[in-house]
Design a protein. Structure first.
Ligand code: ISL
Ligand code: CA
Length: 583
C-alpha cells in the first residue's frame, strides 16, 4: 500500500527568501500564508519548511537557539499554528527541519555547558587540547583557515579533523579551557549523542512539533550524529576524520529509537539528509524493514559536475548525471528525488541552459524530476526557472560557507579571479536569492531592502507573468504535477534505464504491463532517438493500425509536439506511451 508521502509533491520553502510582508527585507510566515492558495493550485501536497526557529543566523537558521520557538523575524507561534491549520484546510501537510547534529552556540544548553561543572557539560563534545590541560604551548595553530589562527592558543586541538565549511572543527573556549567540536561553523557546536539526555531532549522536541500537527521532519545531516571515536582521521583533502562519524552503528540505533519511541506514534514521515551516502549505506538508512528513516536525500547526482569537492567544477555532462540517477533508482526501492534545494545552485543554470534554451531546459528538468520513481521534491522558484545569482563580488554574498571558502582559497594563494569564479559557480546563495514574484521593484518580495540581492532578471523571470501564460515553465510544472498525480505508472511503476549517452537520457516506467517512455535531450542540438527503441509516426504513415496505435502516443512534450518523428529538438523532453516491449 502506497503511503501518502509517496504520492504527494513536496515543495521546499526557504522562508527568509520566500515573501516578506512587513518591509524588513526578510521573508516571513505571513508571507507563506499569502501564497498558500497558489501552492495548492500548483499541486503541492507537502511543504518542507526550512528552519524558522530562533537562531542567531550564523547559518540562516541551521544554528538553532530554541527548538520550541519561532524566530521573531519570521513571526510568532500563533502565525506558525495558523500556517499549519490553513495548510491543513487545503490538504497540504507541513514538515519541518530537524537540525540535531548541532545547536547554536547561543543555545542555553551550550551556554551552560561552557561551565565544566554544569549538568549540560556533557551535552556537547568537549576535550582538552592535545598537549594536556596544564602545559601551555607557545605555538599558534597554523591551520589554513583556523578561526584561531590569528591568536595564540594554549594547546593543539584534540584531533586532526576538518569541518564541512573549511574551518578547523575544534574551537577553544577560554572559559572552560577546553575545545568543543563543531563539524560546521564554529557557531554550530555538535551535540554529544553518547549522552542519553540529549536523546531525551530531542524526543521531546519532536513530540512538541508533531503534537502541533507537523507531518514529519527533514532531518539535517542525520547520518553523522554519532561520533564513534575522536581519534585522528586519515588525512584527506576535505573532511579528515569522517570515517569516525559517517553512518555509524550508533546513529542507526538513535534513528531506530526515534522511530520506535516517537515517530511511530504519529502519522508522519522523515526524509534524512544523508551526506556522503552510498547506495549500500543509503539502503541501510531507509530500508523499511530496519525502521530508521522513510527516505533519504542522496548526493551523487549533484556531484557529477565537480571534481572531489563542489568548488572544483567540471563541465556538466548529462550522461554522468543520468548514470548517477539510474544507479540510485536501481539501488533503492523509493528515492527522494530532487534537483534543487537551498544548498545547491539553480538547476536550470547548472544542468540546463539558462540563456538560449532557458524555458525548454527548465521544462526538461521538470519532466525528469516528475517522472522518476520516488517522491519529488522541488525548491521555491524552480517552478519559474529561477537562475543563479547575478552578483559581481563577495560583498553581495551572505553565506557563511562561501565566505569561509573564499578566505581559505585566499590563504592557499588562489588568485582572486579564480576564487570568485568558484564562489559564483557553487555558492549556496545561488539558490537563496528572493523569490521573484512580479516585475515591480524588488520583484514584489519586499517593500524594504532585501536581505540578499534579487536577481535583476526578475523583470522577465517572475511568477506573475508565468501564472498568466499557458506556455510558461510554471504552467508546465502545474500540468506535469497533475499528470503524475493521475498516473499510477509514474507514481508506482518500475524504472528502467534504456539509453544513457553523453547528452541523451531515455528510460522506461512500467506497471502492470503498461509503460511510458521518457526521452530527454540535454543538448542544444537535434538528436535522434536510437532506432529500434521506438517506432516513429513518420514510418507508420499509411499503416492504419499503427496510426490508430500511435494516436495519443505523445503524453507530454515541452515543444507542443503532435507527431513523433524519431528526433528530439534542442532540450526536447518527451513522454511517450508504450515502451519497446510493446511496440
Ligand atoms: O552545501 C553543501 C552541499 O554542497 C553541503 O556541504 C552541506 O553543508 C551539507 O549538505 C549539510 O547541509 C545541511 O546542514 C548544514 C546547513 O548549513 C545546510 O544548509 C543544511 O542543508 C548545517 O546545518
Ligand atoms: Ca519580514
Amino acid at each position: 500500500m502506497a503511503k501518502w508521502w509517496q504520492e504527494r509533491l513536496i515543495y521546499q520553502i526557504y522562508p527568509r527568501s520566500f515573501q516578506d510582508t512587513n518591509g524588513d527585507g526578510i521573508g516571513d510566515i505571513p508571507g507563506i500564508l499569502m501564497h498558500l492558495d497558489e501552492l495548492k493550485e500548483l499541486g503541492v501536497g507537502i511543504i518542507w519548511l526550512s528552519p524558522v526557529y530562533p537562531s542567531p543566523n550564523a547559518d540562516n537558521g541551521y544554528d538553532i537557539s530554541d527548538y520550541r520557538g519561532i524566530h521573531p523575524e519570521y513571526g510568532t507561534m500563533s502565525d506558525m499554528e495558523l500556517l499549519i491549520s490553513e495548510a491543513e484546510k487545503r490538504d497540504i501537510k507541513i514538515i519541518m527541519d530537524l537540525v540535531i547534529n548541532h545547536t547554536s552556540d547561543e543555545h542555553p544548553w551550550f551556554q551552560q555547558s561552557r561551565d565544566k561543572s554544569s549538568p549540560y557539560r556533557d551535552y556537547y563534545i568537549w576535550r582538552p587540547g592535545k598537549q594536556g590541560n596544564s602545559k601551555r604551548s607557545k605555538e599558534a595553530i597554523s591551520s589554513p583557515l583556523g578561526s584561531s589562527s590569528s591568536r595564540e592558543v594554549s594547546k593543539y586541538p584534540p584531533n586532526n579533523w576538518t569541518s564541512f565549511f573549511g574551518e578547523d572543527c575544534w574551537e577553544y573556549d577560554e572559559k572552560s579551557g577546553e575545545y568543543y567540536l563543531h563539524l560546521f561553523a564554529k557557531k554550530q557546536p555538535d551535540l554529544n549523542w553518547h549522552n542519553p539526555k540529549v536523546l531525551e531532549e530531542i524526543k521531546s522536541i519532536m513530540r512538541f512539533w508533531l503534537d502541533k500537527g507537523i507531518a514529519g521532519f527533514r532531518c539535517d545531516v542525520i547520518n553523522i550524529l554519532y561520533k564513534t571515536s575522536l581519534d585522528d582521521g586519515v588525512k584527506r583533502l576535505a573532511l579528515t576524520g569522517i570515517e569516525h562519524y559517517l553512518s555509524q552503528e550508533g546513529t542507526h540505533e538513535i534513528l531506530r529509537t526515534l522511530r520506535r519511541e516517537v515517530l511511530d506514534h504519529y502519522d508522519c514521515f522523515t526524509v534524512g539528509e544523508t551526506v556522503f551516502v552510498t547506495p549500500q549505506s543509503g539502503k541501510e538508512l531507509c530500508d523499511e524493514g530496519r525502521r530508521e528513516l522513510n527516505m533519504i536525500f542522496s548526493f551523487e547526482h549533484m556531484e557529477t559536475d565537480q571534481f572531489y569537492v563542489k568548488w572544483f567544477k567540471r563541465r556538466f555532462h548529462a550522461g554522468r548525471l543520468a548514470e548517477a540517477i539510474a544507479r540510485w533508482q536501481g539501488a533503492l526501492d523509493w528515492n527522494a528525488n530532487y534537483l534543487e534545494n537551498h544548498d545547491q545552485p539553480r538547476s536550470v543554470s547548472r544542468f540546463g541552459n539558462d540563456s538560449h534554451y532557458w524555458a525548454e531546459s527548465a521544462k526538461l528538468l521538470c519532466i525528469l524530476l516528475l517522472t522518476l520513481r520516488g517522491t519529488p521534491f522541488m525548491f521555491q522558484g524552480q517552478e519559474i526557472g529561477m537562475t543563479n545569482f547575478d552578483f559581481t563580488g563577495m560583498d553581495q554574498i551572505q553565506d557563511v560557507e562561501s565566505h569561509n571558502i573564499y578566505r581559505l582559497a585566499k590563504k592557499l594563494l588562489i588568485p582572486a579571479g579564480i576564487r570568485w569564479r568558484m564562489i559564483r559557480a557553487s555558492s549556496r546563495d545561488n539558490a537563496r536569492t528572493p523569490v521573484q514574484w512580479n516585475d515591480s521593484p524588488n520583484a514584489g518580495f519586499t517593500t524594504g531592502v532585501p536581505w540578499l540581492g534579487i536577481n535583476r532578471n526578475y523583470t522577465h523571470i517572475n511568477m506573475a507573468s508565468q501564472m498568466k501564460e499557458p506556455g510558461s515553465i510554471r504552467s508546465f510544472y502545474k500540468s506535469m504535477i497533475a499528470l503524475r498525480a493521475n498516473s499510477d505508472i509514474l507514481k508506482h511503476g518500475s524504472f528502467k534505464p534504456l539509453v544513457i549517452k553523453k547528452q541523451l537520457f531515455i528510460y522506461e516506467r512500467e506497471l502492470d504491463g503498461q509503460s511510458l517512455l521518457i526521452a530527454l535531450n540535454f543538448s542544444g542540438r537535434t538528436r535522434k532517438i536510437p532506432r529500434g527503441l521506438i517506432e516513429d509516426d513518420r514510418n507508420n504513415v499509411g499503416n492504419t493500425s499503427a496510426v490508430v496505435k500511435n494516436d495519443g502516443r505523445i503524453i507530454k512534450s515541452n515543444y507542443h509536439r503532435k507527431v513523433f518523428d524519431g528526433l528530439l529538438q534542442p532540450y526536447e523532453a518527451l513522454i511517450l506511451k508504450g515502451g519497446p516491449s510493446h511496440d
